[in-house]
Each structure stands twice: as structure tokens, then as C-alpha cells.
Design a protein around this ligand. Structure first.
Ligand code: IVH
Length: 671
């Protein structure tokens, strides 16, 4: 017999029960969770562990003994004929291997088992009852036993058939209870939130809450305006039919016209399941909806029956969760960053927390509106999330954890870097530093210019750029092309070798594509894709610089915002000056067809000495791209000898033969 739990643990169990009840109610009943799923899972695990060590701690009302929370009273309720169970969670490979071993042990099977692996949809579980092919009742999962009747709301979802189809062999059962997940696509969720913000309504924390909130509408006309969808993943009771496997059942549902996730996969053996998990984890952020893991199910229905269920979950299934993309942490401080367009962004410094596989220390707070709306204060405990590669953001403040010592935050009215006034342009929520020479802006513009997708200048790191901007060596990205060895060697932590490497990388970057160069300029609203479109349409920098708004608007993918921004950029004298300086330094743009292809046709060049602005190979390439020829030795046929620093004997030969000699400056102009 197990011993009684010590008093301290008894108190801890009571605390955990209370917390879990509260959070379960906030999550299920109010769609307003205060903690991340990961934290909820941790609390639950702690209670499960305590109860298994000291079974006398188990109370009838323990959340480990019950599924979910009771439904709200405003809807009619209905009992599910079979309880809608929950799933046991696995968090790593070990958990999955243990699941496979347990299942095979219970079934007394040595061989590889067949599983069906499915995406675990992050939405709302529902049950649909079809009688003689007609959708008669739809309900939420509720507490697993009793759910809310939401038939009119479900009927607004287009992917849910009101009448079942009869296709192929499949005959329609007299009665079938279909189970699945209602969800909202990520893009639809974003659009809905934008709309809500505009209308002064609070945004939903995530697509799951948006789906839940939309389903729990007493007025189904509101639901009808919400773009909900559904995937089916199982059944309750079905009349007069038997299936051999889950896979067969899913195909049957499809044949009836019900939607089943196209990514479901039959796997033989647990290794195939693990591969599927990796595959879905890498695909996850490219899917149009959120999934929070995979569900692994024993395929054979007879095996499922033999395995049976525990109180909360079946023994034949496991939810293998992804690393969570939401977490709770605390805001230590808030500071303001200035971007390359002068936009001031408040950034929260967080107590470091593991999220989506990386340690997160900062989150963007976007702008003052966002801070005010979410009432974010320094010292607050917050729920943060990270979607894909996007910078983490604060979803909401956990107001229950406030101590009263939190401090509010107001954006400054001058630039925190250069002290210039900041302005809020009309129709924008962001504040901008008006000083285009602001060191923060200059740094960010140069960083962008040198970044991988732009000119890809290797070795020109953020720290080096910062140092050179602070020392006023760099005032714009055009200054990069005037850097010399002496200047670079004089910088902190810069040995001659690295200085040479940097120069070499800058030189190399002069040979690039028109699209990359347009992107590198850092024109507002011109990202990589738009830059490519512009390069393809205008085919030359010259033509793009001469374009007016009408020319730009004539391009299918370009709207007024981009057009205005491009025209304004090239009108700015400072920008024009920079571009011309870069061009003079020997920029070669692939895909730029301005320069008439045959500008140097018929001319023969000989290069001698060292050029400052480009290597010999680059000079040769430029001449040839303009139709000219480059030879090694001077003859009467040579049109020009280009003389750089320390020219060799070729110069004497040219003089002897009376061939035109030009210096670097003249040569570059000619190009
Ligand atoms: S099967 C008894 N399959 O996960 C098995 N559930 O944590 C019942 N879910 O309440 C569930 N995608 O809302 C199953 N492909 C899937 C699922 C899935 C999402 C949800 C479902 C359930 C919860 C359990």
C-alpha cells in the first residue's frame, strides 16, 4: 500500500487543482487563456506525477479525472453518445517510442504496427450528427460528455456538408456521428483581427480563439461572416456499418463529402511516424492553418478496441506535440529602436525563455497604439508568441500576475538616438525620426544594403558598421565604396588580413543583379519580390529612375503606395547623388540592359596598372558587356590604353604607337 502524502505536497496538489480548474475555465469556457498551453501542460504533468506517487491525493474533482470544463449555459446542451475524449501528450521521441512499446506489449505484437499519422489541428473539437444523410445536430465537445448545440453555426461553414453525398460504393448510414476540428486559416485570422481593431473591438489572441469565439455566437449570422473550416478525424457511433481500419474509415468519410486533412499518412512502424513528424514540423509554418503537433493512431480498429481507454484518453492514440510557439515570461524593460526608414519601434526586453527551439530575449511591441490597446507595462508578465521566422510579439498581458509595481510606457517625442523631433505621418500608427542622417537610420540602411539578400557583403558585420557610422567614416552606403585599407586598419579589432577581406568583399559586391541592387537601396515598401518585379519590368536602373507614378502603376503588381515611394526616393537629391557615386565606383548590374549593348562595339582596350574602383577582371567584364574587346598587348589596332596606378611597359608602348591613353576617371565615365 502506498503511504500518505506529506502535508506540503497535499497543499501543492490542492493549489494545482485550483489553478488547473481556473485556467481550464478561462480557456474552454471564456476563450481567454491566461497562460500558455505549455505552462498548462506543465502544471497538469506536475499534478499527474504527484497523484501517481501518492494516490491518496486523487480527489473526485481533480482535473486529471475529468475532461475539459462545463459548457456555458446560454446554449442548449446535449450529451454525446460516446464521450469525446482527449489525447495523451508526448513531447519527445522517447515518449513516442514508449507509446509504441506499450501498445505492442498490450497487443502482444512483435512486428511493426501500422499507424495513421495526422496533423493535430489547433482549433475546436465538434461533433456532427447526420441522420439519413442530413445534418441534424452539431455540438461542441464541451466537457467531453456534454456539449453545446451549435447546429445553425456549423451549418454556416462551407466545408461542412448539410447533406452527405453518395459516391462510389459508399452507402449512407442511417445515423453517423462525425468528429473533427473547426479552425480558422491564419490569413483569415489576421484579416479578422485587423477589421476588429478598426472597429474598436479587442483582437483574438490566436486563430483557435477566433474559431472558438466565432462558433460560440448566439447569432449565427455573425458566424456566417467568419471564414471557418473543418477537417474530420473520427466518428462516434455509426449504425449498421463496420470498418477494419481508421484509414478505411477516413476514406469512407471523404467519400461522403466530408473534409479530411490531405496530409494524413499511413505509416508502417514507429520510425515512419517519426519521419512524418519531422516532415510536418518543417512544413508547419508554410501551412495555411495552425497545427500544434501530430496525432498518432493505431490503424486497426480491432486493436483500438482491445486497447481501450483510460479515463481521459484512448490508449491507442498519442498527440506528439511540437515545441510550443507561445510562452509566458516577464518584461524587464522597454526601449525604442530606430529602423532604416526612421520608424521608432518599442521593443520589450524579456526574461529569457525557450520558445520554438530558441531562447527569446526580446519581443516587438510594434507601436504606441499596440501598447495602449494591450495595456503593456514594464514588469508585466506576458504571453508571447513566435510564428515562423517572425520576431516574437506579445499576445497579451496576464493581468492576474500584476503586483502594482509595474510601470506604464509612453513613446518619446524625440528620437532616442539623435534627439531630432519625431513625427507621426498621417494615416500611420508609427512615429518616425525626421532626420535622415540619424546614425541609427544610417546604420540600419547600411546593414540592409550589405545584407545577404541585398549586396551580400560578407564580413561587413553589424558591429563594424556601427563603429564606422559612429566614427563618421560612413554617412551613407555609397561611402562603402570609398573605404581604403588605411581607414579599415585603423579600426578597433581590425587586423590587416580582415581589413583586406572586407575590401575584397565590397569589391566583389559591385558585381550584382539589378534586382538585388534595387532591393539594397532600401526604398520603402520595396521588398525582395517587388524589387525583382521592378527589375524585370524596367530592365535598367536608368529607366526605373526616370519612371513616374503612372508608369509604375501600369505594372500589375505595383500599387499606389509603392509607386509614390519609388518616385519620391529617386527624386531625392541625396539618393540620386549616392546612386551616381556607386555607379561611378564600377558597379556592374546583371540584367541591366540600359546601357546599350554595343556602346563600346568595335573598340579594343588594353588595361595596365591598378584601378581603384574595380579589379581588372571586373573592368574586362564591363568592357565586354558593352560590346568592347580587351587584349593583353598594345598594337596599332588598340583603341585605348587604360592606365591605372603604377602602369607597366604597356604605357610606354602606347605612347610609342600614339594610341590614346585614358586615366581611370575617363574610363569610368566612358562606361
Ligand atoms: S483524435 C480520442 N485527431 O486534439 C481521440 N484529435 O487533445 C480524439 N485534435 O479534442 C481526438 N487534431 O480537438 C484527433 N487529427 C486529430 C486532431 C485532434 C486536433 C484535437 C481534438 C481533441 C484534442 C485532444
Amino acid at each position: 500500500m502506498s503511504e500518505a502524502a506529506p502535508e506540503a505536497l497535499r497543499r501543492r496538489a490542492a493549489q494545482l487543482r485550483e489553478a488547473l480548474h481556473k485556467h481550464s475555465y478561462l480557456y474552454h469556457a471564456l476563450d481567454d487563456p491566461e497562460i500558455s498551453d505549455a505552462e498548462y501542460d506543465r502544471l497538469m504533468q506536475e499534478l499527474i506525477d504527484l497523484e501517481s506517487r501518492y494516490p491518496d491525493l486523487i480527489t473526485p474533482d481533480s482535473p486529471t479525472q475529468r475532461v475539459g470544463a462545463p459548457p456555458l449555459e446560454k446554449f442548449e446542451t446535449i450529451s454525446h453518445s460516446l464521450p469525446m475524449l482527449s489525447l495523451e501528450n508526448g513531447f519527445d521521441e522517447e515518449d513516442v517510442m514508449a507509446f509504441d512499446q506499450r501498445v505492442r506489449r498490450l497487443l502482444n505484437i512483435d512486428m511493426d504496427l501500422v499507424y495513421v499519422a495526422e496533423p493535430k489541428m489547433d482549433g475546436v473539437a465538434v461533433e456532427l450528427v447526420y441522420e439519413n444523410g442530413e445534418l441534424t445536430v452539431a455540438s461542441t465537445r464541451g466537457d467531453g460528455f456534454v456539449g453545446e448545440v451549435i447546429t445553425p453555426n456549423i451549418k454556416t461553414i462551407r466545408s461542412v456538408p448539410i447533406l452527405l453525398q453518395k459516391s462510389g460504393e459508399a452507402s449512407i448510414p442511417a445515423r453517423i456521428e462525425v468528429r473533427g476540428e473547426v479552425f480558422m486559416r491564419t490569413d483569415a485570422f489576421r484579416k479578422l483581427n485587423q477589421q476588429r481593431l478598426q472597429e474598436g473591438e479587442p483582437p483574438f489572441a490566436n486563430p483557435r480563439n477566433a474559431a472558438a469565439g466565432s462558433l460560440r455566437q448566439l447569432d449565427s449570422r455573425v458566424t456566417a461572416k467568419r471564414p471557418l473550416e473543418m477537417f474530420c478525424y473520427g466518428i462516434g457511433i455509426i449504425s449498421d456499418m463496420k470498418f477494419r481500419s481508421h484509414w478505411e474509415l477516413m476514406n469512407f468519410l471523404k467519400a461522403l463529402g466530408l473534409r479530411v486533412n490531405p496530409y494524413i499518412k499511413k505509416c508502417t512502424g514507429i520510425d515512419e511516424v517519426l519521419n512524418y513528424y519531422e516532415d510536418m514540423a518543417s512544413r508547419r509554418h508554410r501551412l495555411p492553418y495552425e497545427i500544434d503537433g501530430i496525432v498518432i493512431k493505431v490503424d486497426d480498429l480491432e486493436y483500438q478496441e482491445r486497447l481501450g481507454e483510460k479515463s481521459r484518453s484512448p490508449r491507442w492514440a498519442l498527440a506528439y506535440k511540437f515545441v510550443p510557439s507561445q510562452e509566458t515570461t516577464r518584461i524587464i524593460d522597454i526601449d525604442v529602436q530606430v529602423g532604416r526608414t526612421g520608424a521608432l519601434t518599442p521593443v520589450a526586453h524579456l526574461e529569457p525563455v525557450r520558445l520554438g527551439g530558441v531562447i527569446v530575449k526580446r519581443a516587438t511591441l510594434h507601436n504606441q497604439d499596440e501598447i495602449t490597446k494591450k495595456d503593456i507595462r514594464i514588469g508585466d508578465t506576458v504571453l508571447i508568441q513566435r510564428a515562423g521566422d517572425v520576431i516574437p510579439e506579445v499576445v497579451k498581458v496576464i493581468t492576474g500576475k500584476r503586483t502594482g509595481l509595474e510601470k506604464g510606457f509612453i513613446m518619446p517625442d524625440t528620437c532616442p538616438v539623435c534627439g531630432s523631433p519625431v513625427l507621426q505621418p498621417k494615416d500611420e500608427v508609427v512615429l518616425r525620426c525626421i532626420n535622415t542622417g540619424c546614425p541609427a537610420q544610417v546604420k540600419e540602411r547600411i546593414k540592409h544594403f550589405a545584407s545577404r539578400a541585398a549586396l551580400n557583403i560578407e564580413g561587413l558585420g553589424d558591429k563594424l558598421i556601427s563603429q564606422m557610422v559612429e566614427k563618421r567614416i560612413l554617412k551613407s552606403y555609397a561611402d562603402l565604396f570609398d573605404l581604403d585599407l588605411e581607414t579599415l586598419k585603423g579600426l578597433e579589432r581590425m587586423a590587416e588580413k580582415s581589413a583586406r577581406n572586407v575590401l575584397e568583399a565590397i569589391n566583389k559586391s559591385k558585381h550584382t543583379t539589378l534586382a538585388r541592387f534595387i532591393y539594397a537601396l532600401g526604398i520603402r515598401h520595396v521588398g525582395e519580390h517587388t524589387a525583382t518585379v521592378l527589375a524585370q519590368k524596367f530592365k535598367s536602373l536608368e529607366a526605373l529612375m526616370a519612371a513616374n507614378e503612372e508608369d509604375l502603376m501600369a505594372i500589375k503588381e505595383i500599387g499606389p503606395e509603392v509607386s509614390q515611394s519609388v518616385v519620391a526616393f529617386f527624386k531625392n537629391p541625396e539618393n540620386k547623388k549616392n546612386i551616381h557615386r556607386i555607379l561611378r565606383s564600377g558597379l556592374v548590374l546583371e540584367g541591366d540592359e540600359t546601357v546599350q549593348k554595343d556602346k563600346l562595339a568595335g573598340l579594343t582596350f588594353v588595361l595596365t596598372g591598378t584601378l581603384n574602383s574595380m579589379t581588372r577582371a571586373q573592368a574586362k567584364q564591363r568592357i565586354e558587356s558593352l560590346g568592347g574587346k580587351v587584349t593583353n598587348s598594345v598594337s596599332r589596332k588598340t583603341s585605348y590604353v587604360v592606365a591605372g596606378r603604377e602602369p607597366g611597359s604597356k604605357l610606354d608602348k602606347a605612347k610609342e604607337l600614339g594610341v590614346s591613353i585614358i586615366d581611370e576617371e575617363t574610363f569610368v565615365k566612358m562606361l
